[in-house]
Design a protein around this ligand. Structure first.
Ligand code: SAM
Length: 212
């Protein structure tokens, strides 16, 4: 698969003040997810200094909008080379290329434990593997969350827990509040992440975990 954004049909959406390019090889940006960016931006006003990490960035719009009004650095990670190419292009279009770094690969190995972040935003696939056929228009890599739907979410929690500064927040998007409870019960407590708040939106939920 070529990562060149010019080889597929380009589309764009307005995402807050940003114009975000993408094509059918990445997940179509969903307008409601600007709420995850807004929540992150609100937390960044009071957060310690330091960069922001975006896991499962897709075309990068959630992280780009989160740091847009600040001067924070943003590191975006996605396994899909096409998504990474779009994130680079979208960062440049927003005039943010000098403070956005894009890493292509499995998030479990793309963020060294020596790195520290003020905040992590994550948007992992969360559909159980047996149910992905319900979403034929979406790229499989963007929605397939493994047997229980939480395989990539678990990896996000693991990476965030090891890289967040004390009192730093992980804002993770999932499908349901039941999934948040499962993550909290099975993963977060072991890793010193406290579930602080869950916000419910029309097509998903965003949970805030705080590093103790
Ligand atoms: C639900 S989509 C979210 C994309 C984007 N944040 C959005 O809102 O459009 C999940 C993203 O995770 C990426 N992904 C899936 N598994 C991954 C992994 N193990 N490591 C890094 N990225 C992964 C997919 O390529 C996809 O872009």
């Amino acid at each position: 698969m070529t990562a060149d954004p010019t080889t597929a049909l380009r589309e764009h959406v307005e995402f807050g003040p940003l114009t975000i390019g993408f094509d059918q090889r990445v997940l179509r940006p969903r307008p409601w997810t600007a709420a995850q960016s807004a929540w992150a931006a609100e937390l960044l006003v009071e957060a310690d200094p330091g960069p922001v990490l975006e896991l499962c960035a897709g075309a990068g719009q959630i992280g780009l909008l989160a740091v847009h009004a600040s001067d924070r650095r943003l590191v975006c990670v996605d396994a899909n080379p096409v998504a990474c190419a779009w994130t680079l292009q979208n960062a440049a279009a927003a005039g943010m290329a000098d403070r956005v770094e894009v890493r292509q690969g499995d998030l479990a190995v793309m963020v060294p434990p020596s790195e520290s972040y003020a905040l992590v935003v994550a948007d992992p696939p969360w559909v159980p593997a047996a149910e992905t056929s319900r979403y034929p228009e979406d790229p499989l890599l963007a929605i397939d969350g493994g047997d229980d739907g939480l395989v990539v979410a678990a990896a996000c929690v693991d990476v965030a827990a090891g890289r967040l500064a004390r009192n730093g927040s992980l804002l993770i998007q999932l499908g349901t509040s039941e999934q948040v409870r499962a993550v909290d019960a099975t993963l977060a407590a072991d890793r010193e992440l406290r579930l602080e708040e869950v916000r419910t939106f029309e097509r998903g939920v965003v949970a805030r975990f705080v590093r103790e």
